[in-house]
Design a binder for this molecule. Structure first.
Ligand code: SAH
Length: 226
């Protein structure tokens, strides 16, 4: 059991350093998560290993060609039965429920775009889900893919040591994300709220709920309305 991520990218070297350390690094060591980065250029057939070409209809920039992406996914398919995800800024917005819906899969095949994006026939041919990490444009899909991998991997059973910390996550059930404190109880004159030292768990729960609700930063679009 576990979840296998196969990433298709022109920069496969970006992935190992990002996931060597920390919770995901340990999950990889323990076999709970597998992560393989594949070089898109290995699936080209020309001397220049070209993965992009000019957009039909004109316009600036280049577009990722369909053939190498589709051939890469076909070669990965035998080992990874999971859905195909394309990282694209116009895709479905990644949130905790999208991450949870992917964490139940046995594997994911993630394609990172570059330039002006990926030829749309890839989405159609592979019945792919397009996912965005937010309404801003990055230079490539690698960092978005890392965000997705991290968010999904920590939901795989056994990856996070204490399952209680998943249950109390922000966005999981009721609002979490209250202010947290650890020792020392006083630092440069700043003290920890008394209630947290009281040992009264009902009052602590109530305080945390109230703080979490207050702490939520409204989305900028909502802010503008008022
Ligand atoms: N001109 C395009 C930008 C393409 S950005 C546009 O206006 O939409 C190049 C690649 O970076 C994309 O194909 C995608 O893989 C990745 N990318 C950039 N921003 C992203 C985001 N917010 N979420 C997911 N992927 C993103």
């Amino acid at each position: 059991m576990g979840l296998r991520f196969d990433v298709v990218t022109i920069f496969p070297g970006m992935f190992a350093p990002a996931f060597q350390q920390g919770v995901v690094g340990r999950a990889i060591e323990r076999g709970k998560v597998e992560l393989l980065a594949h070089d898109l250029r290995d699936f080209t057939h020309d001397r220049h290993r070209q993965v992009d070409d000019m957009p039909f209809g004109g316009g600036p920039g280049m577009v990722i060609k369909p053939e190498p992406v589709i051939e890469a996914v076909e070669s990965i398919r035998a080992q990874n039965p999971g859905p195909v995800v394309l990282m694209e800024p116009w895709g479905e917005r990644l949130d905790q429920s999208v991450a949870a819906s992917l964490a139940v899969e046995r594997g994911l095949i993630i394609v990172c775009g570059r330039y002006e994006g990926i030829d749309d026939r890839v989405r159609v041919a592979l019945d792919a889900r397009e996912i965005s990490i937010g309404d801003y444009v990055l230079t490539g899909g690698e960092i978005p893919a890392m965000v997705l991998i991290d968010a999904v991997a920590r939901l795989v059973p056994g990856v996070v040591g204490d399952p209680g910390s998943l249950a109390q996550d922000s966005f999981s059930s009721e609002p979490a994300g209250w202010p947290q404190f650890t020792r020392p109880a006083e630092y440069r004159g700043m003290t920890v709220p008394d209630v947290l030292l009281s040992g009264d768990h009902a009052r602590i729960r109530q305080w945390r709920r109230q703080q979490a609700a207050q702490r939520r930063v409204p989305h900028t679009k909502e802010l503008k309305k008022t």
